[in-house]
Design a protein around this ligand. Sequence first.
Ligand code: CP
Length: 357
Amino acid sequence: MRSLIDILDLSITELDELMNTAIDIEQHPERYRSACAGKKLATLFFEPSTRTRLSFEAAMYELGGNVLTMSGESSSTTKGESIADTAKVISCYADIIAIRHPKEGSALVAAKNARIPIINAGDGGHCHPTQTLADLLTIRREKGRFEFLTVGLCGDLKYGRTVHSLIEALSRYEGIRFVLISPKELRLPEYVKTEIIEKNGLSFSEVSSLEDALPELDLLYMTRIQRERFDSLETYERLKDSYILTPEKLTLAREDCCILHPLPRVNEISVAVDDDPRACYFKQVENGKRMRMALILKLLREAEKPEKEKLGEGFLLEGRHCLNPRCISHTEQELPSLFKKTAGGVCRCVWCESAVG
Ligand code: CP
């Protein structure tokens, strides 16, 4: 079953297709008004949300579908029910699930147990791939490209799941340079630096001064300091106002610098910045709903394909088969030889994950 757990679950081609669909939805909403008639989206939110939850729900209604919604406090998880069982049960009621949960990996557990597509709407401080869909469409519209951009990410890079997913997505494009602006306690996790940025041959610098970084940036992605992820309230209080973007500081930025923020903001962008034409964070919100519409459509259509086609989450390589003699593809009847390309550019068998020459 095709789900969206990590932004790398979608190829660059699929991201382009989703963006094209989102723009078509904006231009021709009437074409989509009954696209999901008879279908139900379940939104399971075990953490607070304004944008993600309501945009998913608005998206499903605008596609002609219905919504079942449940918050953590009202669910039987409060009695000890597992995410795995919850996902199995909701598969009996809905056609697709969007889940947000404070534990990292929770959406993947749901996907392994559900019979319907799962969308990760944020798993702890790990990933937030549908925010990245909103970010990417905004970048495409504002900058017209993804390649050769200098991207500043500022604030809580340690716990900021939107940052991790955006870096994963942008690391697949040529010539991206990341400027990581944070206090030393909130630096980007090592695995994102080594296994994503460096593995893709891209460069990054780590700095603590927003003012020093601003003049070179094509994009500035501001983030909230994630109070809910801190063990110590004292540390949060010390770091919470590390960066505040004001109109005065913005005079240091380029005329075409695009200012993004996944929202909610607390204090990190002054309200006076909102009127600056470079402020694009409310455009991200609009783009988010349409990208979620495009995603729901795609996952529901793929869920309707016959099982044999659904297994095809990879591509065929003319005349090539997996080289691993222990791979199931050599013995299982009618299992196609399918391959996928990893972020590091290695071609792997979809089934056993061994590298292909
Ligand atoms: N950007 C984002 O995830 O916002 P919410 O927490 O309000 O959903």
